[in-house]
Design a protein around this ligand. Structure first.
Ligand SMILES: Nc1ncnc2c1ncn2[C@@H]1O[C@H](COP(=O)(O)OP(=O)(O)O)[C@@H](O)[C@H]1O
Ligand SMILES: [Mg+2]
Length: 225
């Protein structure tokens, strides 16, 4: 198995009004291709901060991250943009689907932006929408979909550009228990089918056994339970 991610001694401090907030303190781990990692922890413990650093949306105070063949801690903004576009698929608590486009068009857009022809983008998007079991909702606009359905489209969109690494930040945080389970099942199945690597962060510890590995963040450090 090849290594997708190596996180080495990551520290993250925030300063406000002269006080240093030590959010992450010496986080290290690695992830192989096709593996999934669940990170839990109380609200405010640094889960989103860590995920954003790995996704190139935020920078660490110190430490190194090798992700999908890139040393992202030393990349300039142009290279980071490319990394975010090609190597990483993001899923957030809020779906961020474009409201004036249908479910299918929302999946076609990242493919068209990446240079795929309209025909190929449509075929690929149809396959993705089928994977998340929403083929019969392909012409619906986001406002015509339920919360769980919108998150399933967001999952399909995260996979559209075939990124090696999927980063999910509280992807079921807005859903009731039944929909939450359904969205989780689809996410883990699709990641497994496509052999992608997944890091999912959540305050919901009931999900912890769904991945290959589980860590909790406590006082800025990883605790392996
Ligand atoms: N831009 C920022 N400036 C200062 N403090 C921040 C900033 N972003 C997050 N924090 C603080 O860092 C801590 C971790 O936040 P976050 O990673 O969002 O936690 P979680 O996702 O686990 O709820 C919190 O105490 C939060 O207030
Ligand atoms: Mg968070």
């Amino acid at each position: 198995m090849s290594k997708v991610l190596e996180v080495e001694n990551i520290f993250k401090n925030y300063s406000s009004e002269g006080e240093d907030l030590h959010v992450l303190q010496d986080i290290s781990f690695s992830l192989n291709s096709g593996e999934s990692l669940i990170i839990t922890g109380e609200s405010g413990c640094g889960k989103s901060t860590l995920l954003n650093i790995i996704g190139g949306l935020d920078s660490a105070t110190s430490g190194n991250i090798l992700s999908c063949g890139n040393n992202i801690t030393s990349m300039n903004e142009t290279k980071l943009t490319e990394y975010r576009k090609r190597s990483v698929g993001f899923i957030f608590q809020f779906h961020y689907l474009l409201k004036d486009f249908s479910a299918l068009e929302n999946l076609m857009l990242p493919l068209l932006i990446n240079g795929e022809s309209k025909k190929s983008a449509r075929e690929h998007a149809l396959k993705l929408i089928n994977d998340v079991e929403l083929f019969d909702r392909k012409s619906h606009f986001p406002s015509q979909l339920s919360g769980g359905e919108r998150q399933r489209i967001a999952i399909a969109r995260a996979l559209a550009n075939r990124p090696e690494l999927i980063l999910a930040d509280e992807p079921t945080g807005n859903l009731d228990e039944k929909n939450s389970r359904m969205v989780q099942d689809i996410l883990f199945k699709i990641v497994d089918d496509y052999k992608r690597s997944l890091i999912l962060v959540t305050h919901d510890s009931s999900i912890k056994n769904k991945g290959n590995f589980h860590y909790t963040i406590k006082s800025g450090r990883f605790v392996n339970l």
